[in-house]
Design a protein around this ligand. Structure first.
Ligand code: ADP
Ligand code: MG
Length: 363
């Protein structure tokens, strides 16, 4: 019997379009002989739509357009049977599903929200579960865990919305320049490099638009190195590292999405054998310390002295043909199609293991 995969894509994030392209690539990579594919597109306004087999639309961001009104609404329901169903609200058809593949980025898709829904309906999911997804999205919690494990990341101070924050105090603690960023966000939204008191006054309100928690972080002057991790439990592999070379002052929203020449992606990164070994080992440790499963991309800064600092973790990286995660896996011996199949296998295996645990007291 074919494995029935529900692919979730789109969503309310700056990476909506990337998600749609990723979904199209994943759909193409899944062999029709082995997988039955069900596509759930989430519009920018939150509307869930079911698309026919392998027909990923070009753009579903604007679900208010007249043409989108014919798209059937769908929900995911636990019907009390072994498998949950995708329930087509237009035709009332029910489709049992074996595994969810979320290829959503940012809040709601990558922060444990939709992972919680999958758990509620008893559906195996590709990638990190609720806890790791939430940790990975909250940079402050992530940094506390890294710190406790003795893993290096930039020093920071936590700023809370509504309180007064002294520029001078931050500078005496972290030095100048420093970075400010929302604890929960992504795509460099609300990230600013602060070089003066005037910068701080100008940008802090912007950063607080996105989260109640803002991090002020020591500036790390270094190269940006990325490592892809794949696997579960103790059976993990780290890819060869890649490098992002921003052509702007830092890897800003503009450099990521608005300027086609905004960054140079180098796969693999030019590093010594020792540096490669160091950063791969750190990526594996980070993955485990942050309770990850299945996949994650771990991003680092590397100083001139060759010291690595963990910048952040992305629990649902992009899956377009030019995305770092699949490219790094590819050069490390895991081609795109194999990668997608392995992620699905990992999800199913993990679920079988979890099923063995009891969820209530048995004498
Ligand atoms: N402490 C820092 N030192 C130097 N550059 C930083 C620092 N924090 C962030 N940056 C720059 O800002 C970019 C985005 O910050 P990041 O923390 O990765 O947020 P996001 O989750 O939005 O990608 C980084 O890729 C880097 O270019
Ligand atoms: Mg980043």
């Amino acid at each position: 019997m074919k494995t029935r995969v529900a692919l979730f894509f789109g969503g309310h994030s700056a990476e909506h379009e990337i998600s749609v392209i990723s979904a199209r690539n994943i759909a193409k990579a899944l062999s029709p002989e082995k997988y039955e594919l069900h596509l759930v597109g989430i519009a920018d306004n939150g509307r869930w739509t079911l698309f026919p087999d392998r027909q990923v639309p070009n753009d579903l961001k604007r679900a208010d357009e007249p043409r989108t009104h014919s798209w059937p609404l769908v929900s995911l329901v636990n019907v009390g049977e072994e498998k949950p169903v995708l329930y087509n609200l237009t035709t009332h058809e029910k489709q049992a599903i074996d595994v969810a593949f979320p290829v959503l980025h940012g809040p709601f898709g990558e922060d444990g929200s939709i992972q919680g829904l999958f758990r509620m309906v008893n559906l195996p999911m590709v990638g990190c579960g609720v806890l790791a997804s939430a940790i990975g999205m909250d940079k402050e919690v992530m940094k506390r865990l890294l710190h406790e494990a003795g893993l290096p990341s930039a020093r920071y101070r936590l700023l809370r919305r509504g309180l007064k924050h002294s520029f001078d105090e931050i500078v005496s603690d972290l030095g100048l320049p420093f970075f400010i960023k929302p604890s929960n966000m992504g795509s460099s939204i609300g990230v600013h490099k602060i070089k003066s008191s005037a910068d701080f006054d100008q940008h802090l309100a912007d950063t607080f638009k996105y989260d109640e928690k803002v991090l002020a972080e020591t500036f790390i002057n270094g190269r940006e190195i990325e490592v892809a991790v794949l696997g579960g439990g103790s059976d993990l592999i780290a890819s060869s590292p890649g490098e992002v070379i921003p052509q702007h002052e830092f890897y800003s929203y503009e450099a990521k999405y608005l300027d086609e020449q905004g960054a140079i992606l180098k796969v693999p990164a030019e590093l010594s054998a020792g540096e490669v070994a160091d950063v791969k080992a750190l990526a594996l440790r980070t993955f485990s310390v942050l309770c990850c499963d299945g996949m994650a991309r771990v991003d680092f800064f590397m100083t001139k002295a060759g010291k690595f600092f963990i910048n952040e973790i992305n629990t649902i990286p992009g899956f377009t043909s030019i995305s770092q995660y699949p490219k790094l896996m590819e050069i490390s011996g895991v081609p795109y199609r194999v990668l997608i199949e392995r992620l699905i296998d990992l999800a199913l295996r993990k679920f079988e293991e979890q099923k063995k645990l009891q969820s209530k007291y048995m004498a």
